[in-house]
Each structure stands twice: as structure tokens, then as C-alpha cells.
Design a protein around this ligand. Structure first.
Ligand code: 5AD
Length: 451
């Protein structure tokens, strides 16, 4: 049977889609290749949020094709995911050796199309059509991480986005919002837990919009909170997370869920994008700085230990020094545990791309550097406060940087590295934190007091 190598760019949603495609192919008898050079089929699962991400995938594909011409003339190569969706056939016009372009509603057709291509029945295939019900097709899991059983898993609960932030290409690449049903999601989670998964992260573009049109409020609780409650019932599951919510419509029912549902981890990734009301309005974010701060206050009152991370864009068209100062001050005021900075990148067909007041690249770079310093400073303070404390982690596997050490996360989503071994994988452990860097904690197994 053929072997496949899938390389993933971008967000957790993309990681999840790649996993589902890999699982689908393995179920058909494919093996997973260790590198692109060794694979019969290479798929690049692409990201479109910034031009940079697209260029990286395009360059990678050129390299793969160049190598294949010399060494593996029969290799089948394809793009899938967001850039495949937004650029479609244009990708083959540009790189004629590409065999497959698979859009975001077509991941479940990967095996069928690869069969055609490998058998030589078709020269190339492009499928970026919308498909009803495709939100329910990302459900198969590989359930192995580097040969061991997976401890954590992503579950895709919905597809698409209706928000139309003026900078964002996602509504074009992922389509309008469509949600899976609660029983369907719960059944997938049960299967995962039965196979050893202890932590589940529910994924969607705006998870707090989940089921809004299809599932009515119950006792004042939104569809999303009803879903968390249903997942919370699953015996054997220890931890629930979700990403990403939108500050718009971040209801009190969701705030209150943290205090009420013990498996829901004290952590929130809440993208703010800017600290300036003027810029937030231009971005069509539909909340203010004050409203954002109010949500943070409520979350911290409900669950003081909560870890809060965010996304911030620098250099949005028209962003002045004063606007940027507002972002800097917001970072200090909130005290984010982690923040991801994105340099604004104009995207095709988005309203912001047509806004006249572009920010010069050197100004973007300079603001990026200042924001980076501020985020590090705040992150360092938040992380060093853990030194001397004992925290619970779920051990996920070997540390990325040093596989002689193990790593896991606290409930508030801090990465902890410690000297452990493979038998700790999948365990909840108490660790005493000995030291901290800006965004990582280092600990030792705590001596449990048995009195
Ligand atoms: N330019 C820069 N960053 C962007 N993001 C989305 N679109 C753009 C863009 N055009 C960022 C946002 C979002 C994250 C996933 O990507 O911060 O939260």
C-alpha cells in the first residue's frame, strides 16, 4: 500500500483536519511515511490567514516537486485546506506538477481522489465545492502519538464563521458557520475516552457561536454551554478545553461554567486583536476594550486561577501610535499569560485590504518588537509567580526541545517540563515548580503528603 506524509501549517483546526485525513488513509491501508522524501503521497495542509503562511507552503511545494522530479517521479503531491480552498485551480496553473487541490469541505474525499491519481485514471483533481453536512465529516482519529496512545485530543464541533472581521479571510476559506449535533460530538468524545484520551479540546472558529441557530437556549444556557455539560458527563474524561471563543457574545453562562464544571480547565484563549476602540471598530470586532476587560474581570472572579491568552494584530490599516499604545497598555492591564502577535497582512477580498492607510513595514516591525517585549515582561511575571507552588499536570509526552524530559500542561494551560519517563505519559501528576522562563515552567514530582 502507498505511504503518505502530511505537513500541516496553521491552527489547531488544521492539525485536526490533517489527523482526520491521516486516519482516513490509514483505515484504507496507507502507512504514514517518516518524511516527504520517503512518501508515495505528500499533502500540504495549508493556512491562509497571512501571506507569509501561503508563501511558506508554496515554497515547500516547489522544493518537493523539484526533489520528486529527480528521485520520485511517481510521487503524488497535493494542497489541501485553506489555501487550496481560496486559490483552487490557480495553484495548478502556477505549479503544474501538483496533482490534487482539496478544499476545506472535502477532506473526507481524500482517499477516493488519491486512488484515482495513484492509479493514473486522472491527471489532476481540484475539488473546492461546498458540501452540505461536511461539518460532520471530521471525526476519525489516529489515536497514536509517536507510537504511544494519545492522552489529549482535538474535537471539531463546527465549521466556518459568520463574523466577517474586516482583516480575515476565514469566512471565505471555511464558509459560513455550520455546527454538528451534541449527540454526534459526545459520541466521538466517548470513543476517544474509551481509547485512553483524558483531555479534550473542543474546536471551532468561534466556539461560543456553536449551535446558535439550531439549538435553543435551555435554562438560560447557550448551546455551547449545553455541549460542554454533555461532554462533562463522560466518565473517565478528566479535562475539557475549548478554542477559540469570541469576546462578542461571551455570556455569563460561559463564565459561570468554569466555576460549576470541575473538568473545564481554568484557561481561556480570548483573541482581543487590539486595545484601541477605534481600531476594534474598523476591524468589525463588535466589542470595546471596556467590554473585553469586563469579561476578563468576570472570568477571574469566577475562577481566579484562570490562565488567559490572546491574539493581537499589529499594523492594522490606520493604526496610530496612540492606538498602538492602547494595545500595549491593555497587555499590561490584563496581564496575559501568553499572547500571539500577528503582523497585519492584507487578504484577498477582505474590506481591510482596501483601506487606504497602510502602515509601513518598518513601523509594523518596530511595533511588533515593542509588543513582543511587553508580552515577555508580563509573561515572565505571570510564570515566575508559580515558582515554589505545586501544580497538577497531565503528562503528554517527551518535551519538544529535549526528548529525555517529559512535558505536560497545568489546568491553566502552562507548559511544565520535568525529568520523567515514558511511563508517566497520560498520568495526572503533582509537580513542584522549581523555576520558570517566560512561557515555560520547570518542576519536580512533588512528594505527596499521605497523612
Ligand atoms: N493579518 C494578520 N493577522 C491575522 N489574523 C487573522 N487574519 C489576519 C491578517 N489578515 C490573526 C488574528 C487571528 C489569528 C488566528 O490570526 O489575530 O486571531
Amino acid at each position: 500500500m502507498p505511504s503518505v506524509f502530511i505537513k500541516t501549517y496553521g491552527c489547531q483546526m488544521n492539525e485536526r483536519d490533517s489527523e482526520a485525513v491521516a486516519a482516513q488513509l490509514v483505515a484504507k491501508g496507507y502507512t504514514l511515511a517518516a518524511s516527504e522524501q520517503l512518501a508515495d503521497v505528500v499533502l500540504l495542509n495549508t493556512c491562509s490567514v497571512r501571506d507569509n503562511a501561503e508563501q511558506t507552503a508554496l515554497n515547500k511545494m516547489s522544493d518537493i516537486i523539484g526533489q520528486a522530479k529527480k528521485q520520485r517521479p511517481d510521487q503524488v503531491v497535493g494542497f489541501m485546506g485553506c489555501m487550496a480552498q481560496s486559490r483552487g485551480k490557480e495553484l495548478i496553473d502556477r505549479l503544474p506538477d501538483v496533482d490534487l487541490v482539496l478544499g476545506t469541505q472535502k477532506f473526507h474525499r481524500a482517499a477516493e481522489y488519491l486512488d484515482e491519481l495513484l492509479a493514473g485514471r486522472q491527471k489532476s483533481i481540484v475539488d473546492t465545492e461546498a458540501e452540505q453536512g461536511s461539518e460532520g465529516t471530521i471525526r476519525e482519529h489516529l489515536l497514536t502519538g509517536k507510537g504511544a496512545k494519545a492522552t489529549t485530543a482535538f474535537v471539531s464541533i463546527m465549521q466556518g464563521c459568520n463574523q466577517h472581521c474586516t482583516f480575515c479571510i476565514v469566512p471565505f476559506t471555511r464558509g459560513p458557520e455550520r455546527s454538528r449535533t451534541i449527540p454526534d460530538i459526545v459520541s466521538e468524545c466517548r470513543t476517544l475516552v474509551a481509547s485512553g484520551v483524558r483531555e479534550i479540546t473542543l474546536l471551532g472558529q468561534i466556539v461560543n457561536s456553536y449551535g446558535k441557530r439550531d439549538i435553543p437556549l435551555r435554562d438560560g444556557k447557550s448551546a455551547f454551554v449545553q455541549l460542554i455539560e454533555a461532554v462533562h458527563e463522560i466518565e473517565g474524561l478528566d479535562r475539557i478545553r475549548f478554542t477559540s471563543p469570541h469576546p462578542k457574545g461571551y455570556g455569563d453562562d460561559l463564565v459561570e461554567a468554569y466555576a460549576r464544571l470541575s473538568k473545564l480547565c481554568e484557561s481561556a484563549h480570548l483573541p482581543v486583536q487590539s486595545g484601541s476602540n477605534r481600531v476594534l471598530k474598523l476591524m468589525h470586532r463588535v466589542y470595546t476594550r471596556e467590554r473585553f476587560l469586563e469579561i476578563i474581570d468576570k472570568l477571574r472572579s469566577a475562577t481566579p486561577e484562570i490562565g488567559i491568552s490572546t491574539d493581537i494584530i499589529v499594523g492594522f490599516p490606520g493604526e496610530t501610535e496612540e492606538d498602538f499604545d492602547q494595545t500595549l497598555s491593555l497587555v499590561s492591564e490584563v496581564g496575559f499569560d501568553q499572547a500571539y502577535i500577528f503582523k497585519y497582512s492584507p487578504r484577498k477580498d477582505t474590506p481591510a485590504a482596501a483601506m487606504p492607510e497602510k502602515i509601513r513595514q518598518e513601523v509594523i516591525e518596530e511595533r511588533h518588537a515593542r509588543l513582543f517585549d511587553r508580552i515577555n515582561e508580563v509573561g515572565r511575571a505571570r510564570h515566575s509567580a508559580f515558582v515554589g507552588r505545586t501544580v497538577q499536570i497531565l503528562v503528554e509526552g517527551p518535551s519538544k526541545k529535549n526528548d529525555a524530559r517529559m512535558t505536560g500542561r497545568t489546568r491553566c494551560n502552562k507548559i511544565v517540563v520535568f525529568d520523567g519517563n515514558a511511563r508517566h505519559r497520560g498520568q495526572l501528576m503533582n509537580l513542584k515548580i522549581e523555576r520558570a522562563s517566560n512561557f515555560t515552567l520547570y518542576g519536580n514530582p512533588a512528594i505527596v503528603n499521605l497523612d
